[in-house]
Design a protein around this ligand. Structure first.
Ligand SMILES: NC(=O)c1ccc[n+]([C@@H]2O[C@H](COP(=O)([O-])OP(=O)(O)OC[C@H]3O[C@@H](n4cnc5c(N)ncnc54)[C@H](O)[C@@H]3O)[C@@H](O)[C@H]2O)c1
Length: 336
């Protein structure tokens, strides 16, 4: 029995997480859910977006399955997502984006995994105004040798363990010679230890151009925090949108699985949200737990439903009348 802290989140969160939990429970995986709160839902209930009860649950389970959180603006709280990643040292953010034959996109055969450093860089939280008038602000990017070695080694090891051929480091070392230069140097050093994996390096702006012209040349990409954040939305766009992309946040002794997208307040409460990203995150979580049979069972069912294109949400097939709940039901049905 695996105990998992379940945070349904805000906006579309509860509706897509209900479908994901339904699908995971129907897969035969041995999960015991422990519900906890974070984000706006927690702020409204407990007066804080990250209650002690939630941290206590995560401390015990070391595993969380989380819906998107609305960032509470103007309360002095930083992003809860960033806080959780830093507190539990969930240093590797893994975001796979792969085309589905049944979803029409500009390119076929895109299969890219972004491995993003998740604890430092420009998201280290070192940001302030320099003047009382608040007309000059600065953010400091922190890049350490230890965190860079850890994430770059993770990317190469991920490539090797998952039958991938190439790792591309995307950087801006031509301008940011120290922070990005250090990251690039470490990527070059690490590549030598993985002679079986092809190594490539691309300056981030050129990488964006290459990605929208010839995305098939990319396999595993490793980069610092903010570049990974931006590039992973780009890869989402290449394969059909934000509703499809899962994200794993992996640390040495804890992990958190979620969608890449946010709480989508524009479509919340309308049964329109695509539950696929969190269901795919659930598959990653089951693989992480060694529940590989359950993970494979869900993936087969998801492929069937998505490629048939009937019981899918409107972001995948605008002609469809199917909503979040109907799509979840169809995936459960396809597993039978
Ligand atoms: N991991 C997280 O918890 C996370 C990530 C990103 C943003 N956020 C937060 O979410 C809130 C809203 O952010 P935003 O509007 O910039 O980004 P968003 O990802 O919520 O929405 C962007 C667009 O994508 C659409 N979309 C997103 N998920 C979808 C789904 N599953 N199915 C169909 N369409 C979907 C939305 O309708 C919207 O048009 C903000 O408070 C932001 O801070 C949270």
């Amino acid at each position: 029995m695996h105990k998992v802290t379940l945070i349904k989140g805000d906006g579309i969160g509860p509706s897509i997480m209900d479908e994901a939990v339904k699908v995971i429970n129907a897969s035969g995986a041995n999960i015991q859910w422990e519900e906890a709160y974070a984000g706006l839902a927690a702020f409204e209930k407990f007066g804080t977006p990250l209650p002690d009860e939630t941290l206590a649950s995560f401390d015990e389970t070391r595993l969380a399955f989380k819906g998107p959180l609305t960032t509470v603006v103007g309360t002095g709280f930083r992003s809860i997502n960033v806080a959780l990643r830093q507190q539990y040292e969930l240093y590797a953010n893994v975001r796979p984006a792969k085309t589905w034959p049944g979803i029409k996109t500009r390119f076929d055969n895109v299969d890219i995994v972004i491995v993003r450093e998740n604890t430092e860089g420009l998201y280290a939280g070192l940001e302030h105004y320099l003047t009382p008038k608040k007309d000059i602000a600065e953010s400091l990017a922190v890049v350490t040798r230890s965190a860079s070695e850890r994430i770059i080694d993770y990317a190469f090891k991920y490539a090797r363990d998952n039958g991938r051929k190439k790792v591309t480091v995307c950087h801006k070392a031509n301008i940011l010679k120290y922070t990005q230069g250090l990251f690039l140097d470490i990527a070059r050093e690490t590549a030598v230890r993985y002679p079986d994996i092809q190594f490539d390096e691309k300056i981030i702006d050129a990488a964006c151009m290459h990605m929208v012209m010839n995305p098939q040349q990319f396999d595993v990409i490793v980069c610092t925090n903010m570049f990974g954040d931006i590039l992973s939305d780009l890869t989402a766009g290449l394969v059909g949108g934000l509703g499809l992309i899962p994200g794993a946040n992996i640390g040495a002794d804890a992990a958190l699985f979620e969608a890449v997208h946010g709480s989508a307040p524009d479509i919340a409460g309308k049964n329109l949200a695509n539950p696929l990203a969190v269901i795919m995150a659930g598959i990653m979580m089951l693989d992480y737990l060694g529940e590989t049979a359950a993970a494979a069972k869900i993936k087969t069912a998801v492929d069937k439903v998505v490629n048939e294109g009937i019981f899918v949400t409107k972001d995948i097939n605008p002609e469809s009348n199917c909503g979040t709940i109907e799509m979840g039901n169809a995936i459960v049905e396809a597993m039978k």
